[in-house]
Design a protein around this ligand. Structure first.
Ligand SMILES: Cc1cc2nc3c(=O)[nH]c(=O)nc-3n(C[C@H](O)[C@H](O)[C@H](O)COP(=O)(O)OP(=O)(O)OC[C@H]3O[C@@H](n4cnc5c(N)ncnc54)[C@H](O)[C@@H]3O)c2cc1C
Ligand code: SF4
Length: 552
């Protein structure tokens, strides 16, 4: 069955803060300068915001540039930061670092505790009011390249995924082929480790000269807590326990409006021990007296997980290629020192939109938008990422040495050190073999403060049509047992925060094999990042599938 096609000036893949800001900026410019620009945005979630998971403490700088009157327009920023605490945790004790000792990038005055999902829903409404065509429930599944003529090999848009294919790949009774969405310029805004973004990086060699991208996995819950323990706008960050001193990561608790708190933990995916479980580390974190004091008597209402890009400036790929651009976390703009990427995503989307609008007005199409990286290099975003660039490489040297050296980098040298440290390689290359590692005995869930994966995944509202091709593809079916189980004791059983990967055996313990419960996937992308053999490939499932986050 042939695919239908639609043509636009600009196609944006992904409805997070980067994609929505780009769409809005294009339409604002068209309205200001009297031009006509057609903008289409597709989002794999069933509704804008449904796959968005963040902290979140928002630095409102990029939002204020996009909408100087965001307050009057009703942007959902309901909880200005009222108090900011940084705790160093031991197993039972905690020490609060005085705020004057913390580098400026750790401060949160002027920021807001928000739900990023709700901010995206609001941005989606603004975008639609400006005339952006938004299609939720459509996943970009295949990049389209021009096959002939002058534009040959440039990106011409994307095809959305087919609907109604059965598990065996054959069309089912309700089969609908995907659509070709063609555009003069296509922006990839899929967030961290976007699967089409990965393809584009490889096809156009965009990572040449850049460090490997490095990641963290954020696991998060929302709790409704006792009003007497709630303090709207309170921001808490933690370092130390439960991670060992050589594993990068930290916790957070943000007091949102309406007696809700967001509590979460980020584990750097360069961790070495194959027995480590980011999910269990987070469950342990909540049992620490410093956090438990807020959660006791409360109720967990939401759960989810998502990888973050943490490589910063030295891991940024080239941002443009013939026919499009990478924006937001798909490129890797997050500032890991601040654990903030939303304002970076919004700013990069706006900068790309400005470059694209100028090209369209000049009658250009499908060429390389070089003025976007030029504008980035002269922007506050570049200055911010440049000042923070040594954070992650220092922290890779351990909590004590890393904190000391980053403190000197920020407080004494004010982010202007004459050197740039580099990342030592991709996260999947960092795992020790099981024979060289110490198993970790995680405590059993108490079902009060800590929980198991099954009840957690239930709260992510994840749903996928069962009869569809598996979206977690193995390059080689024999590797999970012959290599991953044999050498690493099948680490995918522990790093997946949704319990998707399980080694099952016959009743006598023989015949181990990997079972993939793809329906439980929360689209965090960790398996594609951390699998030591790089044998797992995440591709987009049918549009509309995946988690359904309320206000993550
Ligand atoms: C646990 C955690 C805590 C964080 N805390 C903070 C914080 O406190 N402050 C802060 O500023 N930042 C924080 N961040 C980072 C911030 O959330 C990201 O930097 C930001 O969301 C990036 O925006 P984005 O638009 O690039 O991508 P995303 O927000 O990830 O949005 C991408 C969108 O694209 C969609 N998509 C992906 N692939 C496709 C496809 N093929 N087809 C169609 N749609 C697709 C996704 O469903 C999603 O809706 C945190 C992140 C995590 C995980
Ligand atoms: S299967 Fe992969 S992408 Fe899905 S939840 Fe597990 S680790 Fe994340």
């Amino acid at each position: 069955m042939p695919r239908e096609a639609m043509d636009f000036d600009v196609l944006i893949v992904g409805g997070g803060p980067a994609g929505l800001s780009a769409a809005i900026r294009l339409k604002q410019l068209a309205a200001e300068e009297g031009g006509e620009v057609s903008v289409c945005l597709i989002e794999k979630s069933a509704e804008i915001g449904g796959h968005i998971l963040s902290g979140a403490v928002l630095d409102p700088r990029a939002l204020a540039e996009l909408f100087p009157d965001w307050r009057a327009l009703g942007a959902p920023l309901k909880a200005p930061v009222s108090d900011d605490r940084f705790l160093l945790l031991g197993a039972r004790r905690s020490v609060r670092l005085p705020n004057w000792l913390l580098p400026a990038c750790f401060h949160n005055e002027g920021n807001h505790v928000i739900s990023l999902a709700n901010l995206c829903r609001w941005l989606g409404t603004q975008a639609e009011a400006l005339g952006v065509e938004i299609y939720p429930g459509f996943a970009g599944a295949e990049v389209l390249y021009a096959e002939e003529g002058e534009l040959r090999d440039s990106v011409r848009g994307v095809a959305t995924g087919d609907m109604g294919r059965r598990k065996d790949g054959e069309p089912g009774p309700d089969f609908q082929p995907g659509m070709e969405l063609r555009a003069k310029y296509t922006f990839f805004a899929e967030g961290s480790h976007g699967h089409l973004g990965q393809e584009i990086e490889a096809r156009f060699a965009l990572r040449e000269g850049a460090d490997a991208q490095v990641y963290g996995l954020g696991v998060k819950e929302i709790w409704e807590i006792d009003p007497a323990r709630h303090q709207t706008g309170l921001v808490i960050h933690t370092a130390g326990w439960p991670l060992d001193a050589h594993t990068y990561g930290g916790g957070f608790m943000y007091h949102m409006a309406d007696n809700q708190v967001a509590v979460g933990h980020i584990t750097g995916l360069a961790y070495r021990n194959p027995y480590l479980s980011p999910f269990e580390e987070f469950q342990r974190l909540k049992t620490h007296p410093a956090l438990r004091a807020f959660l006791d008597g409360g109720k967990r209402i939401a759960y989810g997980a998502r990888a973050i890009t943490a490589g910063g400036l030295q891991s940024l790929p080239k941002l443009v290629f013939p026919g499009g651009a990478l924006i937001g976390d798909d490129a890797g703009f997050l500032n890991a020192a601040r654990i903030k990427g939303s304002h970076c995503a919004m700013k990069s989307g706006s900068l790309a939109a400005e470059a694209c609008f100028a090209a369209l007005i000049a009658g250009r199409q499908n060429d390389t938008l070089t003025s976007y990286p030029d504008a980035f290099r002269s922007s506050w975003l570049y200055a911010e990422l440049h000042a923070a660039r040594n954070f992650k490489p220092w922290m890779a040297k351990g909590l004590a040495l890393g904190s000391l050296m980053f403190g000197i980098d920020q407080i004494v040298l004010r982010g202007k050190a004459p050197w740039t440290l580099h990342h030592s390689g991709p996260d999947h290359s960092k795992l020790d073999q099981a024979a060289d590692a110490e198993p970790i005995a995680y405590p059993k869930a108490d079902n009060v403060i800590s929980f198991d994966r099954a009840s957690s995944v239930y709260l992510s509202n994840t749903h996928h049509a069962e009869d569809q091709p598996c979206h977690l593809q193995l390059k080689d079916d024999s590797v999970p047992v012959a290599v991953n189980l044999a050498l690493y004791d099948a680490p995918e059983q522990r790093y997946c925060p949704a319990g998707v990967y399980v080694i099952v055996r016959d009743p006598d313990g023989a015949n181990p094999r990997l079972q993939i419960d793809a329906a439980n996937c929360v689209h965090c992308k960790t398996c594609d990042i951390k699998d030591p053999t790089q044998n797992i490939v995440w591709v987009a499932p049918e549009g509309g599938g995946g988690p359904n986050y309320p206000n993550m």
